[in-house]
Design a protein around this ligand. Sequence first.
Ligand SMILES: [Zn+2]
Length: 88
Amino acid sequence: MQPKRCCIACRSRKDKNELFRIVSEQGKAVLDRNHNINSRGIYLCKDKKCINSAIKSIEKNRMNLKIKIENESILEVLRELGEEIWEN
Ligand SMILES: [Zn+2]
């Protein structure tokens, strides 16, 4: 059985293929599209609502990401993901 992962925004547990994975590489956020970068990661639903709510919490410094990652770099990745989802 696939392990479930927890979305940083809505906290629901899902299969990892339903989630975006973002890892920290030297403190910079990198989108791990194939879930194969060997680094600690955070997970987020492929859902506009969760992306927006994560952006808001990170902007207000209200999110404990539990990995060392620069807020600005993660916001950049999240905004790109947001735009990608808009287009679909
Ligand atoms: Zn979510």
